[in-house]
Structure formats: structure tokens, C-alpha cells
Design a protein around this ligand. Sequence first.
Ligand code: UD1
Length: 382
Amino acid sequence: MKKIIIVAGARPNFMKIAPIVRALERSGLFEYRIVHTGQHYDENMSRVFFDELGIPSPHCNLQIGSGSQAVQTAAIMVRFEEVCLQERPDLVVVVGDVNSTIACGLVAKKLGIRLAHVEAGLRSYDRTMPEEINRIATDAIADCFFTTEPDGTENLLREGHDPGAVHFVGHVMIDTLLYQRDRLGPETVSRAALSLKRRIVGTFACMTLHRPANVDSAAALGALLDAVAVLAGIAPVLFPCHPRTKKNIEAFGLMPRFTRDDGVSPVGPGIRLLDPLSYNDFLYLWKDAALVLTDSGGLQEETTALKIPCVTLRDTTERPVTQEIGSNVVVGGDREKILHHGRRALAGTWKESAIPALWDGKAGERIVAILDGLMNGRTTPV
Ligand code: UD1
């Protein structure tokens, strides 16, 4: 039986590997190993996702932790090479665009191991983003590409890749979204999240912020919070906060901008700073929000799948289908646009959008069927 290593390292990777692992397990077609690089390591940035998403414990955790771009990427490479030499996989699967993606991709290819990239072909055309470099570099060396939207396929073909190696399969992140949404309830959501939601008065918004361009300078972060504060005067804004952002909020003296939640009182206007939430707890909250404000890549897509208005606090998006379909507007730090679109969403006047092709919960199965063809020479109907 052919052996696959599937790599995950940072929070957004975990929801992408879950449906692939489920499909691998169901098919029984491959031997597989899950390698966690340890890029994210806090309990609420890592283990809680494995538990909630039902991902088996990683066979191996490289325990890399934080570091500069070079330190982190290099450390992952050194340790992942040892794992590959020991395991001798026939294929390495990497997902998304984090440092773990390119680090493990490089190692695999230099050892002559086939490489598949899930969520391939996305381009923001902003090379100041580490993720854009990771995407371009991973796609330059991968053998097999799984794309989430037509734009991803077009980019790869324009870059000269063999059309036979590019597979439009839909989106594994949306597989996870639909799967977990159907299982939300008192048994899968924490009491704290259930209580918070019950206490919210009227419509509300959710926000996430963690991109260095938005959170590493006091001026940029302060200006964004000023704009969001205006919207938070209309409706509460729930803000589960990435550790990087939290550290900066404290360092820049921005804590007074937030309204405290005492755990019992009604939740009215104001920005509520929360610790990072588990997948289910956050989904339980944002799926009913009137507005999501974010600089995340994945959340632009997740909101599109559930038709929730999304205002993206970045200058570019590598996920253009979310804009084309009408659920997302990319506004950067433009205060007037943030307020205009935010007010529109909170007033309920945002026009209903559609759902992109193949975002139907079956991408993981399609991927495994294609891998079966590629590795085992079989054709499995999906
Ligand atoms: C990484 C990804 C980004 C993704 C994001 C999701 C890269 C280049 N960036 O960014 O694409 O959207 O994950 O979260 O791979 N930290 C903790 N605990 C953790 C992890 C991180 O406290 O478990 C703090 C540390 O201070 C660390 C900082 O967050 O230095 C940044 O972590 P890092 O993994 O380098 O990048 P992210 O900003 O999380």
C-alpha cells in the first residue's frame, strides 16, 4: 500500500486536513501519517482543533514553535527531512500557504518525493505577504494541484503548469464548515459560548485580525479599531483575538478600547475582546452574525459559504470568487469604506450572494479519489 504524509502546522491547516484524513480513513486505500510541525502550539491554537474536528493525534509533532520566518522555516525543514527519511512516503500532501507548507514541500521535492498542494494557485499579487511567497514557491515545485476556485486553476495554467496536474475539487475548508455546522449543539459548543450568544442583544458582528500589516504597528491597529468602534456603537463586535494581536494591543496601550464582558450581563454595543476560540465555539457565534470583519483568508471563504456579509480589512484578496459572488468586499484600512459596508450589513441591506461551484462538502473525497488514480492507477467514482 502506498504511503502518504499529510502535513499540518498552523491553525488554518487543521480544518483543511480534517476532511482529507476522514476520506483517507474511509477509503482504506493508503497508509497515511499526520505530521504536525508545531508552528502553532498553544492549546487553543492547536490541540483543541484536533479534538473538535476529530483528527487523529499526529503520528509525529516536530515541535518547532515560533521564530522569525527563516528560523521557523529552516527548523521545520531540518526535522521534516528526518521524518521523511525514516517514513519513506510515496507522496507528501501540504495544504494552504503557511510556513509549514513551503518548508515541508521543499524537503519532499529535494528527496524526490511526489508533492501535492491543496488550495493551490491562489495569488494575492502582494509579495510583501509571507503567505504569497509560500504559495508561489510551493506551486513552483508541486506535482499535483488541488484548486478551490476557477481563479486558482487559471493562475496555475498561466504559470505554465500541465493542465492534467491541476484539479478543481472545491474546498476542504468548506467540507469542514458544513460538517461541523451540522453537529453544533450543547454537546459540541462550550458553555461559555452558549452563554455569550444567549446574552447578545440584537444583531452583532464578529471580527478577527492577525496580519502583521494590520497588527504590528500601533498606527494601523489603532486606526482600524477606531473605525470598528463606530460600528460597535451600533451593534456588539465579538473579537476573538490571536495571541500575536493580543500582545500588540497590550504593548500599544490599546486595552481601554475594549468593553469587558463580565460573563453574566447582556452584551450590548462595544468591542468585546475574547481569547482565541475553538472552531465550534467561533462558528457557533459567527454563523449568525450580521457582519464579519476580518483579515483572514479562510474566513472570507467561510462567510461566503454561509452567505454572511464579510468586510475584509486587507488591500488584496487571493480569493476573488468571494468578491465576485458578492459576499465579500475588500476595503483595506479605508475608514469610509469600512463604515459604509459595515453599516449596510448591520442594517440588513446587503444583497444576498450565491455559493461558489463545488463548495459542497465533498472536496476531501474528490482529492482522495484523484490520488487513488495518480498513485494506484485506479479510477474511483466520487
Ligand atoms: C500564521 C500564518 C498565517 C495564518 C496564521 C493563522 C505564516 C507565514 N503565517 O501566522 O498565514 O493566517 O498563522 O493563525 O505561516 N503564537 C502564540 N501561540 C501559538 C502560535 C503563535 O502565541 O500557538 C504567537 C507567537 O508570538 C508567534 C506569533 O503568534 O511569534 C506568530 O506566529 P506564527 O506562526 O509565526 O504566525 P501567525 O501570525 O500565527
